[in-house]
Design a protein around this ligand. Structure first.
Ligand code: G1P
Length: 295
């Protein structure tokens, strides 16, 4: 049996324009929108770090410099906090960038789709399995349990195959997702037979929708490179996964936890309310405040 391959690298495609949040995202990256007190991208990076990933690869674009700055040393700020003996705040600022975490950046010069964004990371990933996290999808594990990517890494270490996080979605929303179908293959796993990007409800093979967490084997790069454009004229990651099925088994993973679609205003507000309620500093006050509202 081959030895278990570890997931060292996570890819964060962050070049998208965030048009659904205009004008907030006119000059600021959508991934920097804060949910309570942390930007969306930090939630995803922390989820990857907790899963054992130490190399974070950001596929960026124009006007995304704030993301690079966020994961870099902030000399002036740190100096001022240090001089003012604001040690807790200093530790908080430094915790964004743990000493053993390495960040790499590559620019996606043109918006050619998610598959293309992942292909841009090929040289930084190398010939090994890697994770992809879409920061728009804020994912939380079950209370007190592991995060979604940690759950997937544990499953990957057993199976050694590509894994996609999936959840059941309402029939009228299948058009927003990659939709999978396949055979149950043990607890939480479905062996994929089919995957289609954003099908019409009458053409969807099931209601299992892909959430923004993937673990992929490096063969995916070859599949992306050789594929034509798909839905919306974009190079779709979903199409590459469909082609990968001809060569390797791929599993859908039914994670435990919750997904907030922070690419939409509704999902972003739901995440804000629920994470504020759980927040150690503001949670209790916020709960009282919500109770006081006449709705
Ligand atoms: C992307 C993927 C889609 C997936 C979704 C999850 O779509 O293409 O397969 O279900 O993320 O959020 P997007 O939301 O970027 O249009």
């Amino acid at each position: 049996m081959s030895t278990v391959q570890k997931i060292h690298t996570a890819v964060f495609p962050v070049a998208g324009l965030g048009t659904r949040f205009l004008p907030a995202t006119k000059a600021a990256p959508k991934e920097m929108l804060p949910v309570v007190d942390k930007p969306l991208i930090q939630y995803a990076v922390e989820e990857a770090y907790a899963a054992g990933v130490r190399h974070m690869v950001f596929v960026t674009g124009r006007s995304k410099r704030a993301i690079e700055d966020h994961f870099d040393t902030a000399y002036e700020l740190e100096n001022e906090l240090s001089t003012a003996h604001k040690d807790e705040l200093l530790a908080l600022v430094r915790s964004v960038q743990p000493a053993d975490m390495v960040c790499s950046y590559v620019r996606q010069a043109r918006s050619l789709g998610l598959g293309h964004a992942v292909l841009c990371a090929e040289r930084l990933v190398g010939n090994e399995p890697f994770a992809v996290l879409l920061a728009d999808d804020l994912m939380t594990g079950p209370p007190g349990g592991s995060g979604v990517l940690s759950q997937m890494v544990a499953a990957f270490e057993k199976m050694g195959r590509s894994m996609l996080a999936v959840q059941e979605v309402p029939a009228d929303q299948v058009r927003r997702y990659g939709i999978v179908a396949g055979e149950p293959a043990g607890r939480n796993l479905i062996r994929l037979e089919k995957i289609v990007e954003k099908p019409a409800p009458e053409e969807a093979p099931s209601r299992m929708g892909v959430a923004g967490r993937y673990i992929l084997t490096p063969r995916i790069f070859q599949e992306i490179r050789n594929q034509p454009t798909g839905v919306g004229g974009e190079i779709q990651l979903t199409d590459a996964i469909s082609r990968l099925l001809a060569h390797e088994a791929v599993y859908a993973f039914q994670y435990e936890g919750k997904r907030y679609d922070c690419g939409s205003k509704e999902g972003f507000l739901e995440a804000t309310v629920e994470l504020a309620l759980q927040h150690p500093q503001v949670g209790a006050h916020f709960r009282d405040y919500l109770r006081s509202l006449t709705l």
